[in-house]
Write a protein that binds this ligand. Structure first.
Ligand SMILES: [Zn+2]
Length: 211
């Protein structure tokens, strides 16, 4: 009884949101799960990180991404509170410690890829870590990112994905799980259906989002 009451209260809260607030809640929830899935698959955690130097606000990852201009030559994000523009970082956590790298937006990653087509995965990580890890956050794998600019990339990363994606089936769209795991969406769909888990909908994501 208590559970159903809290559930209906939550649905009511969601109904009061504007279209923009709902879109933001879904995008934020999807990004949180996506970063969790990336961590589960790779055993490493990545977190977009920014504190506004003008007003001190700590930006959420979704705010950092929304603050980018989608301009390959402008590396700044925008503070949603005071509108100051500054560069964000990507924290790469390894065994309790972290390294801080520049964080690029999805289109800045794509704009920098072409000259790196012959670079192997290991070399990519070592010599171009900011592009590599930003590519992972936005595009799942470097190979996916190359595919988006229509260039075949010869090096692949494979993950033992089936066990690791199980908690995310039905929580994230199959297309997102597939992108992060570096497999095709039809494979994820088949795997999910085989486990009799319903597909994720926007309504589910809004319901589960922290508002
Ligand atoms: Zn600010």
């Amino acid at each position: 009884m208590q559970l159903s009451m809290s559930c209906s209260a939550r649905v009511e809260t969601r109904m009061e949101l504007t279209v923009e607030q709902r879109a933001m809640a879904i995008q934020s929830h999807m990004l949180t799960l996506r970063l969790e899935l990336t961590e589960a698959l790779r055993g490493e955690k990545y977190l977009p990180w920014a504190n506004c130097p003008a007003c001190g606000k700590g930006l959420k990852p979704v705010e950092i991404i929304r603050g980018f201009k989608d301009d390959p030559n402008d590396f700044t994000t925008e503070c949603p509170k005071c509108k100051h523009r500054f560069k964000a970082n990507l924290r790469h956590y390894i065994r309790g410690d972290y390294a801080e790298l520049p964080f690029y937006c999805a289109s800045q990653v794509l704009a920098q890829l072409q000259p790196l087509v012959a670079v192997s995965i290991d070399e990519f990580k070592k010599k171009h870590p900011a592009i590599y890890y930003s590519a992972v956050v936005h595009h799942g794998t470097v190979r996916n990112a190359f595919q988006k600019i229509g260039i075949p990339y010869a090096f692949d990363e494979t993950f033992d994905w089936k066990e690791k994606v199980k908690p995310f089936l039905g929580q994230l769209p199959d297309t997102i799980i597939a992108e992060v795991a570096g497999v095709c969406a039809a494979t994820v769909r088949k795997f999910r259906k085989g486990r009799q888990i319903a597909a994720c909908t926007r309504a589910d994501m809004l319901e589960n989002a922290v508002v």
